[in-house]
Structures are given as C-alpha cells and as structure tokens.
Design a protein around this ligand. Structure first.
Ligand code: HEM
Ligand code: HEM
Length: 166
C-alpha cells in the first residue's frame, strides 16, 4: 500500500532542499569569481576562497541531504500519481522526478570534481549543460505541479505541503 501523503521529513527535505538549490543556481557569483581567477592564473585571496566555499558547502549539504532523502524514499515510498492524470503524463512525472534525483547527486559531484580535484571538464559540464538541464527539469516540474493544482484540481500540492488529503 502506498502512502496518501509524503511524510513530514520528506516534505521538510523537499522544500528545504529546493531553497538550497535555488540559492546555488541563482547566486553562484563567489564560485564563478574564484573560478575565473584560477583559470587566468591570478592571485586568489582568502576572501575569494571564503565566498567560493559558501557555494561549495551549500552544494555539499545538498548532496548529503539527497542521500538521506533517497534512503527515506526507498524506506517510506511515495503517493501514487493521481488517476485523473493520463498514463503518458504519469510516466513523464516519474521520469522527471527520477532525473531530478539524479541531478541532486550529479550536480554536486561534478562541482566537487572541479573545485577540489581540478577536473576542468566536470566544471564545464556542471556550469554549462547540467545547469541548463536542471533548470529545464525544475521549470517542467513546477509547471506540472501547477497544472495539477489548477487544471486537474488534484491534491498533489497538498500531499507535499500541509498533508491534509482525503
Ligand atoms: C546542487 C548543487 C549545486 C548547484 C545547483 C550549483 C550551481 C552552479 C551554478 C549555477 C554555477 C554557475 C555556472 C555559470 O553560470 O557559469 C556553478 C558553478 C560552479 N560550481 Fe556549482 N552548484 C552546485 C554544487 C557545487 C558544489 C558542491 C561545488 C564544489 C564543491 C560546486 C563548484 C562549482 C564550480 C567550481 C563552479 C565553476 C564551474 C565552471 O564554470 O567551470 N558547485 N554551480
Ligand atoms: C529545486 C527545486 C525542486 C526540486 C529539486 C524538486 C524535486 C522533487 C522531487 C524529486 C519530487 C518527487 C518526490 C518523490 O516522489 O520521491 C518532487 C515532488 C513534488 N514537488 Fe518538487 N522539487 C523542486 C521544487 C518544487 C517547487 C517550486 C514546487 C511547487 C510548485 C514543487 C512541487 C512538488 C510537488 C507538489 C511534488 C509532489 C508530486 C507528487 O505528489 O507526485 N517542487 N519534487
């Protein structure tokens, strides 16, 4: 039997991690500055490293929380996609969720490879195509949630927020 709603820890992790991810997506300035100094072979001050570290530590927190979240998901499961939704879109939602999980691991791992181990290609992928695909997945994900709320009028938002579902 699958649950009717996400558990409280799953909900806290979902929204807390969304904040951290938006922070790193929207404010990577300190890390970008550090990266351009290193690439040009210029002097890096302790202040430059400190502001790059904010991005790195937030990203590492995302990686650690993603592991906890995936374990919880395997143990506690998740509500079934609503029956109102056409089968093809139910599959699309599953694929999008799966890819989001993959990116919650791959994005920080790529950053770590670039920042701590100097793997340039990892940095290029991390700040280039992976960033772009992650944005596209998030836009599709939010659009899906809004279509549920306002078109199908299902309870998917409720089961990821206050949890009061029939
Ligand atoms: C989910 C977590 C993360 C997200 C969403 C994220 C997002 C970003 C974004 C948006 C950029 C700027 C790319 C650009 O527009 O040029 C960037 C660059 C970078 N990030 Fe992250 N990041 C994450 C985790 C990490 C971690 C954990 C590290 C290292 C410990 C890291 C290291 C870097 C580095 C080195 C760059 C510069 C890459 C380059 O342009 O070559 N990131 N990241
Ligand atoms: C960085 C941002 C986000 C990420 C990485 C993310 C990731 C995820 C993932 C992986 C799931 C699937 C949970 C599972 O079944 O195990 C999920 C579910 C959900 N997300 Fe997000 N999410 C983000 C932002 C948002 C936002 C802004 C909204 C608001 C519109 C939202 C609304 C939902 C809802 C309603 C569900 C439950 C879907 C269902 O019950 O089938 N998410 N999210």
């Amino acid at each position: 039997m699958s649950p009717l709603r996400y558990s409280v820890p799953q909900r806290i992790l979902h929204w807390g991690m969304a904040l951290l991810i938006f922070f790193n997506l929207l404010f990577p300035g300190g890390m970008e500055h550090w990266n351009s100094l290193v690439r040009r072979g210029e002097t890096v001050t302790p202040e430059d490293v400190a502001s790059a570290n904010i991005h790195a530590y937030v990203g590492i927190a995302i990686l650690a929380l993603a592991v906890v979240r995936i374990i919880l998901r395997l143990v506690q499961g998740a509500p079934e996609p609503p029956v109102e939704e056409p089968a093809a879109l139910r599959l699309l939602a599953k694929v999008t969720h799966g890819l989001l999980y993959v990116f919650l691991l791959a994005m920080p791992l790529g950053g770590i490879a670039a920042y701590y181990f100097g793997v340039e290609i990892a940095g290029e992928l991390h700040g280039g195509v992976m960033k772009l695909v992650l944005w596209l997945l998030i836009v599709a994900h939010v659009a899906g949630a809004l279509v549920h709320q306002f078109y199908w009028k299902t309870n998917v938002l409720a089961r990821m927020t206050h949890g009061r579902v029939a």
